[in-house]
Design a protein around this ligand. Sequence first.
Ligand code: UD1
Length: 335
Amino acid sequence: MTDKPFAVMVTGGAGYIGSHAVLALADAGWPVVVLDNLVTGFRWAVDPRATLVEGDVGDEALVGRAIGEHGIGAIMHFAGSVVVPESVKNPLKYYGNNTANSRALIAAAVAGGVRHFIFSSTAATYGVPDESPVTEATPQVPINPYGMSKLMTEIMLKDVAAAHPLNYCALRYFNVAGADPQGRSGQSTAGATHLIKVANEAATGKRGHVAIFGTDYATPDGTGVRDYIHVTDLAAAHLLALDALIADPAASHVYNCGYGRGFSVLEVLDAVERASGVTIERRMEPRRAGDPDALIAANDAIVRAFGWRPAHDDLDTIVAHALAWERHLGRRNAG
Ligand code: UD1
């Protein structure tokens, strides 16, 4: 039995960040329903304590039925497409999977009487910010369809919360990395492009080298600087957001999720070498289009509002957890 007032729907709960939110919710005693179409997620990544509904976030009838059948009172919405260069080549996929599907999900939530909505937004909504660290008041000027598709959803939520009995929290993630410290989940997507994943693939022999995209940035060592946040700390922020939305149904929130400090590409590669004991072949390559020099979150707002206390704010810890998961995946795929 649970002391919780309702069940929480987690869209994308079979994916990377969503699966960690499911762990955090279930660990805290929340009944969880995962909605996932398993296109990029994995059935095995869904915690057995959760109920899996296989289907599309854009399927309003299916979502409506699931809300009613499972007594859903809050939705955490992670499902979507996340690859920036793909969004430039195929913008309609992003406006479909991210914007239009979010609209359908929000409509089903309103119709089904769901009171609380937590949304995975992104630092990509800021584009190339002209200030660092980036605060929630920094202008949002996305430079690619991915960021725009997420910003459009933030705007929908703001308008919907003003018109209907639903409050929301949009969390703008910086660079999410790491894996569950207990080894229950991690980043499993094949062909991932993000740095810590790529570097760990190199450290475990799954790829031969790591490209360093640009060495002439306005940063201390010339390589791009990012604010890497441990996925478990991010999941914890979602639980705090849920508590806050329940405690004050009249208030909605928008917060950055990062640690407020950055590491360069070279510092990340050094950390992966330290953790793995493997020397990674580094190849200097030209800048990747659209990469800002540095992206660092001001996080005072979420710390103050939710009392968020990160437990894994340490690059070596993030890298070690990600590496442990990468090795686990290697054994899994071999077995
Ligand atoms: C990431 C997210 C994006 C999110 C953004 C918010 C991914 C794939 N992208 O983008 O969805 O909106 O954070 O901050 O998770 N780099 C290399 N070599 C590589 C890969 C990366 O040098 O092989 C460099 C990049 O140029 C950049 C840094 O490493 O300077 C981080 O890149 P990446 O991990 O791809 O994340 P972002 O592009 O920052």
